[in-house]
Design a protein around this ligand. Sequence first.
Ligand code: SF4
Length: 450
Amino acid sequence: MTEPLSARTPATPLRPSACPGLLRIVPALDGGICRIKLPGGVITAAQAFAVAEAAERFAGGVIEATNRGNLQIRGIAADHDGLIATLLDAGLGPKNPASDDVRNLMLSPAVGIDPLQLFDARPLAAQMLHSLETHPRFHELSPKFALSLDAGEGLAMLEHPHDLWLSALNVNGETLLGFGLAGCPATESPLAAVTLEEGHALVVAVLELFLEHARPEQTRMRHLLQEMSAARLLERLAERLQLPLRHDQKITAWRRAPALPNAHIGLYPQRQSGLISVGGAVPLGRLSPSMLRSAATLSVELGDGSLAMTPWQSLMLRNVAHDQCASALEGLCGAGLLCDPGQALSQLIACTGSFGCGKGLSETKAGALQLADYLQEQGVSPAVHLSGCSRSCAAAHVAPITLLAVSAGRYDLYFRHADQPGFGELRGRDLTIEAVGALLTADSRSNTDD
Ligand code: SF4
């Protein structure tokens, strides 16, 4: 007999937050939003079927792939309990209901199978997630407090800022875990490093120290660092861990090699001989239930029975036999995924926009479709982010090109620039999508002409 929902939800009320969770459905203009956090971005085929069913039965059938490798259902009608029960029955809830918000650990979608990885991060990731879920004090962390673990994979999101990031590096033949606070390995060097064996203790100690020193309003690591220097925090950390943190120049000057661009789209090799991963971008981050079911079915027939959701709002079939990769690619394309990075739409991201969000100044997804058509005709495919307001929900990092809505159908155009804060250098004001398309086409051609 199915356990009643009340027995599986926390006895104390969920803390208020604007962030959706599996147990906290937040309202939007187009209905409720439920966010399903996936450990390492992985969902089994059976769970994907349950999400598709829940989106159809209890909502308007819109499933979103998020930029943290999670899924969310939007447009949810009145029966929240029915939707939550369907997802819990599929095993998509947290081990401890109070920990739903804090399961924020970013991994490579190719964790454990990437040819370039320096170690298999899955066991350490499992320890970290276990601690987040079972350590009661950690449930006080903000739903936005997030960690990343990078084992040196070629397929890695390195640009998203994290409260604590860890990156594998090789020093004199030894693999260490460098780490940094309130930043990301794409632009920063580690503050210090520990051995792989010390990695889990390090994470626990950083989180405990944060909770001990941060005032309630200091919800993110960057807030604490405004009052307590990183050097002081490192001292405290070394005392707590009772080991010297390694911060010689080889570590503090180390820089992470860039990840492979667009490696999540199409075929990606695996370290396991005879196997390959196959990925496709989710158009503007939105899946229909039938798309999700088709991808899940392919994973059962050709892969390992699971889907890896990526931080680029795409999904991957993993452990596909080499002689099946053409069928897998064809199947994903047939399901509506974008499996060629030359498809202009595969390079565009857009937030919900004014159709579903009260803060939006323009219908960003409609604008993105219009822009993709224009760029496809011109044969160019730049990476562009359309944002309905300055909150930048669709991109946790600054995209190479940003269109910031200023009114319905009109945008300011920015190009990312290392010396300019925010979205970068302002290159055009109050532009229509056609005007943006013409400018981006000219820019792409000037960058590729000899
Ligand atoms: S970026 Fe602004 S308009 Fe877009 S979803 Fe976020 S809050 Fe809404």
